[in-house]
Design a protein around this ligand. Structure first.
Ligand code: C5P
Length: 304
């Protein structure tokens, strides 16, 4: 069941949140014939996210007007493309094509999640656009049809249709629900430099993938709140190539460890990293401390 129901109708149009994500476990498999790497990942949505507002306009010329309200500090803010390459526009084009419709609309995107961070910002905006469009225009696409449409837009987009943790395989688009409790306190931090997903995958040498037993144990330990033990099973095979591409990353990980975090790791293809914290106060204090040490962007949040 995707989060279509989470799009709310207001006086000024449809509103939906686009949560950031973390990869608690990420294995990279060898490159496939289509040029993508196989992956196996446990992806968890966070409380923090962007907001997407969709206003339906009169006319059927397929005009999409995109506006961005940037809530990010200058250190991590980067220009969002407003044309056809934007993932929100691509998602709307994909669902319009599937449903044989060409409505006009205006989308306002409030950005709180930095890009080139491995936090799924753009992918989650695209997933939110699909969910809102499906509801607003009454397209009534099923979950499987939404997943197929999302996969045309990007590897992470299908998982972000679900507002809960998912286990993802294939190139990331084969998703199944996973039970990770909400409310685990997390600190997320990003250095100044961002990373391109394609660059990090290019430099990754696939290692032995985790077996299903590891995933099951990780889920059980997270559910039981045994974060210390769970942290021993966390892994991200993209972290080593990312550390070579981004000099600031190793220092950031060292600072996160100094905060007394239960565990820390890079998310996705980076360059953001996260730490599981003892409680919300610990996460908030650690975020301020990292900021005082010159880290470009920090936020205290939790799993959702
Ligand atoms: O699917 P997405 O557009 O997010 O992927 C961006 C790039 O990252 C791809 O073009 C590919 O180079 C790399 N990638 C990969 N294997 C994946 C996902 C992404 O090699 N499973």
């Amino acid at each position: 069941m995707t989060g279509t129901h989470l799009a709310r109708e207001t006086l000024s149009g449809w509103v939906i949140q686009a949560p950031a994500k973390l990869n608690v476990l990420l294995d990279v498999l060898p490159k496939r014939l289509d040029g993508y790497h196989g992956i196996r990942t446990l992806l968890c949505p966070m409380r923090i996210g962007d907001t997407l507002r969709l206003k339906l306009l009169k006319g059927n010329e397929g005009r999409i007007r995109l506006r961005v309200v940037d809530r990010l500090p200058r250190a991590v803010s980067s220009p969002v493309p407003l044309g056809e390459t934007n993932l929100v526009t691509r998602a709307l084009r994909a669902i319009f094509a599937r449903c044989n419709a060409q409505p006009n609309c205006e989308v306002t995107l409030t950005k709180r999640v930095p890009s080139q961070a491995g936090l799924g910002g753009g992918s989650s905006d695209a997933a939110a656009a699909l969910l809102a469009a499906n509801r607003a225009w009454g397209f009534q696409l099923s979950t499987d049809q939404l997943i197929e449409t999302a996969a045309q837009v990007g590897s992470d987009v299908p998982a972000l249709l679900f507002r809960r943790a998912t286990w993802c395989e294939g190139r990331g688009e084969v998703v199944s629900p996973a039970a990770v409790p909400a409310g685990i306190p997390v600190l997320i931090a990003k250095p100044h430099q961002g990373l391109s997903t394609a660059d990090v995958f290019r430099d990754c040498v696939p290692a032995e993938p985790s077996d299903n037993g590891r995933l099951m144990s990780l889920l059980t330990l997270l559910r039981q709140g045994r974060l210390q033990q769970a942290s021993r099973l966390m892994t991200n095979q993209l972290q080593a190539p990312a550390e070579k591409l981004c000099g600031e990353l190793s220092r950031l990980l060292a600072l996160l460890r100094e905060c007394g975090a239960v565990a820390c790791q890079m998310t996705g293809s980076g360059s953001a990293c996260f730490a599981l914290c003892h409680n919300h106060t610990h996460a908030a204090r650690a975020a301020s401390w990292l900021k005082s040490r010159g880290v470009a962007w920090t936020v205290a949040t939790s799993t959702s």
